[in-house]
Design a protein around this ligand. Structure first.
Ligand SMILES: C[S@@+](CC[C@H](N)C(=O)[O-])C[C@H]1O[C@@H](n2cnc3c(N)ncnc32)[C@H](O)[C@@H]1O
Length: 365
């Protein structure tokens, strides 16, 4: 224990504490029969200490290192992303502070927006680490996107995240503003540029097609981002969400009966018609298969128990955006309704469906 403490730069007391709370237990024995750290224990200790240094609490760390879906490589990628994100954020803060110092030195008024610029928070830098647990390409949705891409050879994927739905047989360039998401792109994935949709660093008509999947609702200015896509590519393909239909939130039992706050999240989202107009596109429905492989918000419409799972919800931004109280209430009520049979009473007819139209739309222009 003393040797490991010295190598790791922590006190023996800290190691005893981690042992006591079950975070890192020395699972091997020396020849003399004393407890010792195996190579696996040291790997786990390294992860615990790295997350600790990044400011995570011990309870959060326990959840992270016990996540069965994350191996050592996944942890290294996540840690790398978190560190890059911290570096990016520090750079952005220094730039914003310099700007404000300059403005103050010149006696200029600093607006509240400019003051908040210093914080520069981004949702996916905070929640992106949980994304790969359930978010991946669904083959049926991928086939529909592929059809829409047609014979395009050069493809720009905006808000690319970890690279789901990027066609392997075309020349893809990805754009992704979150360092955490960029760091989780698999080895060999398409090259990825750190930028945002609203200001794409490419010449006019640089690509055959620009695509964007499950991302437009995160953009600060969706219409500006869509126009940028239109500018840099000859064609545009966007998977987004339809809020034009009256009472659209009743399409899905989850928003209708458990999470009406979802409507507030999309309150400022442009209408489907306005988005289609910005890129000169037509809209086609994207049915969500009952066994959708991509853990998006609507994916588990026929598998309601999934929404009770924390790791499933953490990979869906909606839950972070509505806040902890509505989330707790929705999960509690859904759990109770599933246990009492009330959910099945209200939604039993879904069992006979293979796919459902829950408002996902593909804009093809
Ligand atoms: C739900 S993920 C979708 C990722 C990927 N397209 C997929 O289908 O798995 C949304 C992504 O949009 C990115 N994003 C957020 N704001 C953006 C912006 N202004 N421009 C481009 N991408 C943005 C996030 O960082 C995140 O990676």
């Amino acid at each position: 224990m003393g040797h490991v403490a010295e190598l790791a730069g922590v006190s023996v007391r800290t190691l005893h504490h981690y042992d006591g709370v079950g975070l890192v237990r020395p699972s091997a024995r020396t020849a003399a029969g004393d407890r010792a750290y195996s190579a696996g224990d040291v790997e786990r200790l390294r992860e615990v200490l790295a997350y600790r240094r990044l400011g995570f609490g011990l309870r959060e760390i326990a959840e992270l290192v016990d996540d069965p879906s994350a191996d050592a490589v996944a942890h290294l990628r996540r840690l790398r992303g978190l560190l890059l994100e911290r570096r990016d954020r520090a750079d952005a803060m220094v730039t914003a502070i310099d700007k404000e110092l300059d403005a103050r030195a010149k006696g200029k008024r600093v607006t509240p927006e400019e003051q908040l610029d210093v914080l520069g928070a981004r949702l996916y830098d905070a929640i992106g680490g949980a994304y790969p647990a359930t978010r991946r390409t669904d083959p049926r949705i991928a086939a529909q996107i592929r059809d829409a891409l047609g014979d395009a050879q050069t493809v720009l994927n905006v808000g690319a995240g970890t690279g789901s739905y990027e066609p392997a047989d075309r020349a893809v360039t990805a754009v992704e503003p979150s360092a955490v998401m960029r760091a989780q792109r698999p080895t060999g994935a398409a090259p990825c540029v750190a930028a945002a949709a609203e200001s794409l660093p490419f010449e006019d008509r640089s690509f055959d097609v620009a695509m964007a999947v499950s991302t437009v609702h995160h953009w600060g200015d969706p219409t500006a981002g869509l126009r940028e896509m239109r500018r840099v590519a000859r064609r545009v393909v966007v998977l987004t969400f339809d809020t034009d239909e009256p009472r659209w939130q009743d399409r899905f039992w989850l928003t209708r009966d458990y999470l009406p706050e979802f409507a507030d999240v999309l309150a400022d989202f442009p209408s489907l018609a306005a988005m289609a107009e910005a890129i000169g596109a037509r809209a086609e429905p994207v049915p969500v298969p009952w066994d959708c492989a991509d853990g998006l918000f609507e994916a588990y419409w026929r598998r309601p128990e999934a929404y009770l799972e924390d790791h499933v919800r953490r990979a869906m931004s909606v839950w972070t955006r509505v806040g902890p109280e509505p989330e707790r209430r929705a999960v509690r009520n859904l759990g109770e309704d599933l246990a009492s049979g009330r959910w099945t009473e209200r939604n039993g007819d879904l069992a006979g469906l293979d796919a459902a139209d829950l408002g996902l739309r593909l804009l093809v222009g």
